[in-house]
Write a protein that binds this ligand. Structure first.
Ligand code: MG
Length: 444
């Protein structure tokens, strides 16, 4: 008996009878329905492959699962741009062989067995390959059920996915102008950042270059200049925009622990919505000291890969928002477990959602956001027309809310022929390379 027959049996009320058994005259026992074999009659995986594209210079890696049912396939996000080729090999050389012939039905079983298939595990390369597989299986399950994935996760718990956007500029005045523009366009949550990610532009000419050391293209950061700049933008933006907007900021881990504790204590007066990633993952034990010093809400976890990194800190309420990059931990299946863990400790989600998450990955974020109780905030998307051509059905924005469509599955397709016109570029190491004023490498 296949699944549909079982559902029809249930629909006819066979199992409804026992609940009436205590009522007068209801003595009939339920009909026994034998359990379905583990994979008999199921739709089978025929191929797992990586699909790579880079329409705007950012490496995007997808997993496509093909099945023995014509027209039934799924896409998932496996984007780890910094090691894109390694993820492609993990998908094409290992997961394809591992998954062929398996049932698409048993997502948890495939996740658990693929997770240990390499014996050594929990690293970003294998987790991203696993995420692509996992999200593609959820996409297929939604298509088979005729439901969007958020329905499979329990249904909506809110009307829409609220987001924050990025306001940045070279001066506090430019950041203010940018933030005011977003506020007028409906955003209620705005991240304010002097410069772009990491604020590397704040560096004055470092002493080591003046002394003739280093390379001309070294990126450098001055912690002192950065910290003063952050206080300046918060003071100006809060003064000019008032209390009617939520302000966020990303430290990007690049300060000494006690310096960031002191900076966050000073920021408390401006009532940030959250301050993100104050410490690098190597400095997790500093959260205990931070919590004793300030009640400022904290977001953490963009760089997490391994459950041991978040399990105890969430249970000890060492931060307020869990900021995991979902493909870095293996997809929707583990992310739902993180979300449920957070619910019991009132740690809300703020899934990482930058340009190096594919549109399928952003959709996966949003499906989870709609279904979980302890959703906090989502990073907004800003796709070009070309991205919507390559990824039809990708999430859209309206008045600061992220919108997804109601198509079964994750709701995002892919034009692979168009995607192939944008091959992966040679990797640029620039963004991860940063030195302080004496030339010491700084960890993001
Ligand atoms: Mg960040």
């Amino acid at each position: 008996m296949n699944r549909r027959n079982i559902l029809q049996t249930l629909g006819l009320g066979t199992l409804g009878l026992p609940f009436m058994a205590g009522e007068a005259g209801a003595k009939e026992m339920p009909t026994f329905t034998p359990p379905r074999n583990f994979s008999d009659d199921d739709v089978k995986i025929t191929k797992v492959k990586a699909v790579a594209t880079s329409p705007h210079g950012i490496e995007l890696i997808m997993v496509k699962i093909e099945t023995n049912q014509p027209g039934l396939y799924g896409y998932g996000c496996a984007t780890f741009r910094q090691r894109a080729h390694a993820v492609i090999v993990a998908i094409d050389e290992y997961l394809d062989d591992f998954c062929r012939g398996k049932s698409v039905n048993n997502i948890e079983d495939i996740w658990q067995t693929a997770y240990v298939s390499s014996y050594w595990r929990n690293g970003p390369v294998l987790n991203n390959a696993l995420s692509g597989l996992d999200q593609a299986l959820w996409d297929i399950k939604g298509k088979m059920a005729g439901m969007p994935v958020y329905e499979l996760l329990g249904g909506k718990c809110r009307f829409a996915v609220d987001t924050y956007t990025h306001a940045s500029g070279p001066t506090p005045e430019a950041v203010l102008e940018s933030a005011q523009g977003f506020r007028e366009r409906g955003w209620r949550h705005i991240r304010i950042q002097l410069g772009g990610y990491g604020s590397t532009h704040l560096t004055q000419d470092p002493d080591y270059k003046k002394a003739g050391f280093g390379m001309p293209d070294d990126n450098t950061v001055s912690a002192m200049t950065y910290m003063k700049g952050v206080l300046d933008i918060f003071e100006l933006v809060r003064k000019e925009m008032g209390a009617d907007v939520q302000l966020l900021h990303d430290v990007h881990e690049r300060l000494q622990p006690m310096d960031v504790i002191n900076m966050i204590k000073e920021l408390e007066q401006y009532r940030p919505f959250f301050i993100e990633d104050p410490f690098s993952p190597e400095n997790m034990n500093w959260f205990k000291y931070l919590r004793q010093q300030t009640s400022c809400p904290i977001a953490m976890g963009e760089l997490f890969n391994n459950s041991n990194e978040w399990l105890n800190p969430m249970a000890e309420r060492l931060f307020d928002f869990i900021r995991i990059h979902i493909s870095q931990i293996g997809g929707i299946t583990p992310a739902m477990k993180v979300a449920r863990l957070g619910e019991w400790f009132n740690v809300r989600t703020a899934w990482h959602g930058p340009g190096d998450v594919s549109p399928v990955g952003h959709a996966a974020n949003a499906h989870i956001d709609l279904a979980i109780w302890n959703f906090g905030i989502q990073e907004a998307v800003n796709f070009s027309p070309l991205m919507y051509d390559i990824f039809p059905g990708a999430p859209t924005m309206d008045k600061g809310y992220m919108m997804i469509n109601e198509a079964p599955g994750l709701g995002v397709d892919m034009d692979e022929a168009l995607a192939k016109k944008y091959p992966l570029p040679k990797f640029n190491y620039n963004w991860t390379q940063l030195r302080n004023n004496d030339g010491t490498p700084v960890r993001p």
